[in-house]
Design a protein around this ligand. Structure first.
Ligand code: NDP
Length: 492
């Protein structure tokens, strides 16, 4: 199936495609070859303000917020159907722009479809309550959409992480302005084009690409912005939180992690090894919830590392678009350099590289940003690669002797997004799951999440949550109404 790369990817504001006030376009790259892929409009602060103005007008003037949720649900179901019908095309576009394998991109697009359907099902269930109060009064609450919501997306799951905020905000009746990452804006723009055909009023879903520092900040600082959702680095997340605090608006932040995978001696080692490999080498390790620290019992340390290393060294690197590729390139030369530096620093700080450990540059891989699956054993807890998020296919390994030791190592991080544990013992599974400081815990499974399960981090991993049955309500504000029912006594 072809991918429409022959037309420019422009900003989408008020249902129209526009190159923006300055008419600037710049190419995005294919990370498998670093060749230009497609020209994309570069928005600026003026475009951001224009989008906010148009979104506010659509929020106030269209049926989107004022009609009942059932009508929004129908439009969102239609949107999901339109995407599903073009799933292969979107998957190819995601792969070409971001680098992930087609299999991974197809999985992402399926998750996006299901997420939209899920929130569509919630759109007409945003209910208020009646509250018992003294006297002849009726007291009730109403859930109202905020107005215009802003969503700033990263490059690792370009459409999936954009829609994770946009879809529930729309289901709640808000108008949304989405800023995709500058490296990977193609699927967000292509998706925005579907809104019209789904019957979503013009201006309810807008997409403004452009440099984050300028466009992202202009969106959040705009007085019409009533809520912001952000996924990306901790530094930018904290900046967004600061801006949101100054404006007293809610911010949902998803900021990554350094997630532990704890393996007890009774675990099924073959299953665990497959799960560990999937959890760190999937998406070339560019996952906020990558299981990047393997914490393994002394008695099975060597056997498990050997199994994971065997899987890692057999993984076929190549362009994501090639059916035989099992791992694609990193998203950019900058990300490649970052990952290589982390591995070098781990080596110099005493880590032993068991597999991988140098940029992949044989044949056609030399043109792209390829880094092989890498395992670093025995790096000291103080090593940068052990403490900081690498965001690449690099697993660091630590042995443990007792359960207390394992929990202490697992929690010895500033992050708290995800943790996994592998054991056949029910008591160990439940007690350790409780003791792990993470917003998401998987037992005997590779990282897994569903639109209906909450996704959010503890500690430096973020604020608030996405997904789950409360997510549409989280894009509403609550109003309390009290009505005095007493009838004045007739005079005389
Ligand atoms: P950033 O946090 O810089 O980018 C994420 C998004 O924020 C992009 O859309 C970016 O726009 C935008 N942005 C950047 N600066 C601002 C700002 N001042 N105000 C508002 N929006 C802004 O991540 P990077 O792309 O630089 O990646 C760096 C590291 O961050 C990675 O190596 C990884 O460790 C982590 N990361 C974590 C992710 C996660 O899932 N939690 C996802 C991506 C990265 P633009 O693209 O135009 O810069």
């Amino acid at each position: 199936m072809s991918t429409p790369l022959d037309r420019p990817f422009d900003l989408l504001i008020g249902g129209s495609e526009t190159p923006g006030t300055r008419g600037e376009r710049a190419p995005v790259k294919n990370p498998a070859s670093n060749e230009d892929l497609a020209p994309v409009a570069v928005g600026h602060a003026d475009d951001a303000r224009h989008a906010m103005e148009v979104a506010q007008a659509a929020f106030e003037g269209s049926w989107w917020a004022s009609d009942d949720g059932g009508r929004r649900a129908k439009a969102l179901w239609k949107l999901a159907g339109l995407l599903e019908a073009r799933l292969e095309e979107f998957a190819r576009l995601e792969t070409l722009n971001m680098g992930k394998t087609l299999k991974e991109a197809r999985g992402d697009m399926g998750f996006v479809v299901r997420s939209i359907e899920y929130v569509a099902g919630l759109a007409d269930k945003v209910e208020g309550e009646t509250v018992p109060v003294p006297g002849a009064r009726l007291d009730y609450t109403i859930r109202e959409p905020f107005g215009v919501t802003v969503h700033i997306a990263p490059w690792n799951y370009p459409l999936l992480l954009a829609i994770r905020g946009v879809a529930p905000a729309l289901a709640a009746g808000n108008a949304a302005v989405l800023k995709p990452a500058s490296l990977t804006p193609l699927t967000a723009i292509a998706f925005g084009r579907l809104a019209k055909d789904a019957g979503i009023p013009d201006g309810i879903l807008n997409v403004v690409a452009g440099p984050g520092g300028e466009v992202g900040e202009a969106l959040v600082n705009d007085l019409r912005c009533k809520s912001v959702s952000f996924t990306g680095s901790g530094d930018v997340g904290r900046r967004i939180a600061e801006l949101a605090a100054r404006r007293t608006i809610p911010a949902t932040l998803e900021l990554g992690g350094k997630s532990p995978v704890v393996v007890f001696p009774d675990a099924d080692l073959d299953r665990a090894a497959r799960g560990i490999a999937f959890g760190i080498f999937g998406n070339a390790g560019q996952m906020c919830w990558a299981g990047s620290r393997l914490i393994v019992h002394d008695s099975i340390h060597a056997a498990l590392v050997e199994r994971v290393a065997k899987i890692a060294s057999a993984m076929r690197l190549g362009p994501g678009i090639a059916p035989e590729s099992e791992m694609g390139p990193l998203v950019s030369p900058g990300q490649l350099e970052r990952v290589a530096e982390f591995v070098e620093s781990a080596r110099s700080e005493g880590g032993q590289v068991r597999t991988g450990g140098a940029r992949a540059s044989a044949g056609e891989l030399a043109q792209g940003n390829f880094y092989p699956p890498t395992i670093v054993d025995d790096a000291p807890p103080s090593a940068r690669a052990v403490r900081e998020e690498i965001f690449g296919p690099v697993l660091v390994v630590h042995p443990f002797a007792s359960t207390d030791d394992a929990v202490r190592l697992a929690n010895a991080t500033d992050f708290g997004l995800f943790a996994a544990l592998w054991t056949k013992d029910l008591a160990t599974a439940h007690t350790v799951a409780r003791r792990l400081e993470a917003g998401i815990v998987c037992v005997n499974e590779a990282p897994v999440t569903f639109p209906q399960t909450p996704f959010g981090g503890f500690k430096q991993s973020g604020l608030g949550f996405e997904q789950g049955s409360e997510v549409v309500r989280s894009y509403t504000r609550r109003k309390n109404v009290v009505v005095n029912l007493s009838v004045p006594k007739p005079k005389g």
